[in-house]
Design a protein around this ligand. Structure first.
Ligand code: URA
Length: 435
């Protein structure tokens, strides 16, 4: 049994913890033998004093081995995973997975539910009538082999130490530390069994990385952790100052993903999807360079092959694939309202976190794990940063099942917009790529 008081003292006074201490800590967190107050104290000391690279690698490895690790060796080929650090309107997995799979890269993905602004990928997929996110291991492998991809809910057994630590970090203001974030993300990704990982590291006002530098530091550290574990990892640093695409909300985002797979998606969503899937195809060794990967991604999109993969994967997971042709099969919201522009000129900014909060007010996101979500609630943006606007013109349409929630959502969404008399620069979407 490790001596937690001396470990906390050691970190508090700025010393590096030994491998034995870190592994003992993670073991004690996992088996419940360390009380939450001591774990919280150590997390806070880590936030103040930081961790060395070696400590961070050890923490990641200990968390990754705190539970089950997935064995995907039965699936032929180089399996590639993708992860986003999270943003508003981020439906990218639903687009890049079918594109990469259509180019021969097997995608065997575990995803989470969301806490926060909208649901996670799993919630979004559940807006498709009949879609099942829990598959037996045989069904999961068979779906990847037959459709080229599968997305299922994360099991309780993957990195259980992270589950406990993340829940405590959430309520002790200790989320935002680079070593804790990178070990949390990478332990789950490495336990999920893929051979390569493409990371979409968001930066800007709607991300926990407020600056590009913070996102780059996190991306670099995660690439190093993955490389150390023998995986090919690429981090793409992307903008999250304004929401991604136009749709924010669960079924709304699935519909936008389908539109993007048909080549009719918003420009920023399409650009991000092609960049990320290009890297996934390259990391999966189905292209000799990221540029060739992107060309293949464009072909998979333009030819409809990626949409075919989407239909097949949805069908194999019990979902109604006619959603790709008829958006009427999604649950329809009871109420909608238009948000109107307060000024004329140009849209200078759309605060991603205010739009995210507004969508949560509408019912699209959870405040606590126990909350249920309204899969049809959300926001459809009609204008993006840099667009010209007339006072009274529609900025966005909001959807909800409750008129009270709609009123709260409208108030919050209205506060997201800033205006300018001159045309502002359009934001740069892809900021940096770290290999
Ligand atoms: N996402 C995670 O999974 N962990 C973190 O610490 C932050 C974001």
């Amino acid at each position: 049994m490790i001596d937690m008081v001396s470990i906390i003292e050691k970190k508090k006074t700025g010393h590096a913890l030994s491998e034995e201490e870190i592994r003992g800590f993670v073991k004690g967190v996992t088996d419940g033998s360390i009380p939450d107050y001591q774990t919280s104290a150590l997390l806070m000391a880590i936030c103040f004093q930081g961790m060395t690279r070696q400590e961070t690698f050890t923490l990641t490895d200990a968390m990754l081995h705190s539970g089950q690790t997935m064995d995907l060796s039965e699936i032929k080929g180089i399996k590639v995973d993708k992860h986003s650090t999270g943003g508003v309107g981020d439906k990218t997995t639903l687009i890049v997975a079918p594109i990469a799979a259509a180019c021969g890269v097997p995608i065997a993905k575990m995803s989470g539910r969301g806490l926060g602004f909208t649901g996670g990928t799993i919630d979004k997929l559940e807006s498709i009538p009949g879609f099942r996110v829990q598959l037996s291991p045989e069904e999961f492998l068979n779906t990847v082999e037959t459709a080229g991809m599968s997305v299922v809910g994360q099991t309780q057994d993957v990195a259980p130490a992270d589950k406990k630590l993340y829940a405590l970090r959430d309520v002790t203001a200790t989320v935002n530390n680079i070593s804790l974030i990178s070990s949390s993300i990478m332990s789950k990704k490495l336990a999920s069994g893929s051979d390569a990982i493409v990371l979409d590291v968001k930066c800007g006002q709607g991300s926990f990385n407020k600056t590009q530098k913070a996102a780059e530091d996190l991306g670099r550290l995660m690439v190093d952790i993955g490389t150390d574990a023998g995986k090919k990892v690429v981090a793409v640093i992307t903008d999250m100052d304004q929401p991604l695409g136009n749709a924010v909300g669960n079924s709304l985002e699935v519909m936008e993903a389908i539109d993007t797979l048909k080549g009719k998606g918003p420009a920023d969503m399409t650009e991000l999807a092609l960049t990320l899937s290009g890297y996934m195809i390259y990391c999966g060794q189905k292209a000799d360079s990221p540029e060739e990967g992107r060309r293949k991604a464009e072909e998979a999109l333009g030819s409809g092959r990626a949409l075919d993969v989407f239909r097949k994967f949805v069908t194999m997971q019990g979902g109604d694939a006619s959603c790709a042709d008829d958006f009427g099969i999604f649950k329809q919201p009871l109420h909608k309202a238009e948000l109107k522009a307060a000024e004329s000129g140009y849209i200078a900014g759309i605060q991603a976190d205010s739009i995210g909060l507004a969508s949560q007010h509408l019912g699209a996101g959870r405040r606590t794990k126990e909350d249920s979500i309204d899969l049809s609630a959300g926001i459809l943006l009609k204008k993006k940063v840099g667009d010209p606007i007339e006072s009274g013109e529609t900025l966005a349409i909001l959807y909800s099942d409750s008129e009270e929630k709609l009123a709260n959502g409208l108030k919050e969404a209205g506060s997201a917009y800033t205006y300018a008399a001159e045309a502002p620069k359009r934001p740069v979407l892809i900021k940096e790529i770290i290999e």
